[in-house]
Design a protein around this ligand. Structure first.
Ligand code: SAH
Length: 239
């Protein structure tokens, strides 16, 4: 039987036991038909894997015994992706690939050239949860509510560095630019950024970067920018 991975909250741990409830409990019992005695790996986004055995299954929760704790992944850097909202749920693909790559947080935004204003945070977090389990992540990435481009610029000072991927920019390749511990990348929507938005971003203190001479689709640009930034930070090395 495949040992499946489930995310819980650190508060669900008491001594050498963990209680799993909510959607993850439903997935464990209704979808995967788990029973007492089954094995599971429980993650609470602290860099550790807790290898567990199900002790009992009640009607709204499962109690597991922690058999072994494995230190798996020290977090050296944090990467936030601010992504212009996209049509036809194309952000689903961006969220899934960003999580696989190790992006910690995805924040959609609406800017002048955004055709789509609506975004479902719950849908985004469901995609992030499934991607985190599939890729063996030990940290659960978060998808935030949609914000305005102004909101994004107000948050620039939260980071050591914010890499602004601007399609009109021809210098400063992203892989050479990424440095710091807590960084962010900003990628525009299908319609790109206006010159005014690019100027306001510069004033807010971003580092404008290029992704090369070709104009990438927005979803391609987010995935490539995340990969290059993380690689530049050593996060794609296997420790
Ligand atoms: N509609 C625009 C392109 C938008 S591409 C046009 O045709 O000019 C969507 C987003 O991807 C851009 O806003 C930018 O953030 C990013 N992007 C795409 N190609 C890029 C490149 N070569 N350099 C930097 N950013 C790029």
């Amino acid at each position: 039987m495949e040992i499946r991975r489930f995310f819980a909250d650190p508060n669900d741990i008491t001594g050498d036991e963990i209680v799993l409830s909510g959607d993850e409990f439903s997935h464990m019992t209704r979808v995967l038909r788990y029973k007492a005695g089954y094995k599971a790996v429980i993650l609470v986004s602290d860099g550790k894997e807790r290898h567990c055995t199900v002790i009992k299954i009640e009607n709204d929760r499962a109690v597991l015994h922690i058999d072994k704790i494995a230190e798996v992944d020290e977090k050296h850097v944090s990467l936030t992706l601010f992504a212009g909202n996209l049509k036809n749920n194309k952000l689903d693909l961006v969220i899934q690939k960003a999580v696989e790559l190790g992006v910690d947080r995805v924040v959609p935004f609406v800017s002048d050239n955004c055709a789509e204003k609506k975004f479902s945070r719950d849908r985004g977090n469901r995609i992030a949860l499934e991607a985190a389990k599939q890729c063996g992540a030990v940290y659960l990435s978060e998808v935030e509510d949609i914000v305005t481009f102004e909101d994004v610029l107000k948050r620039v000072s939260e980071f050591d560095q914010v890499l602004f991927a601007y399609e009109q920019n021809r210098e400063n390749p992203i892989s050479k630019a990424a440095k710091g511990k807590n960084i962010a990348i900003i990628v525009g929507p299908e319609g790109g950024f206006t010159r005014d938005e690019a100027c306001r971003a510069e004033e807010a203190g971003v580092t404008t970067v290029t992704l090369g001479r070709r104009i990438l689709r927005a979803e391609t640009a987010s995935i490539v920018a995340a990969a290059l930034a993380l690689n530049g930070l050593g996060e794609l090395d296997y420790e």
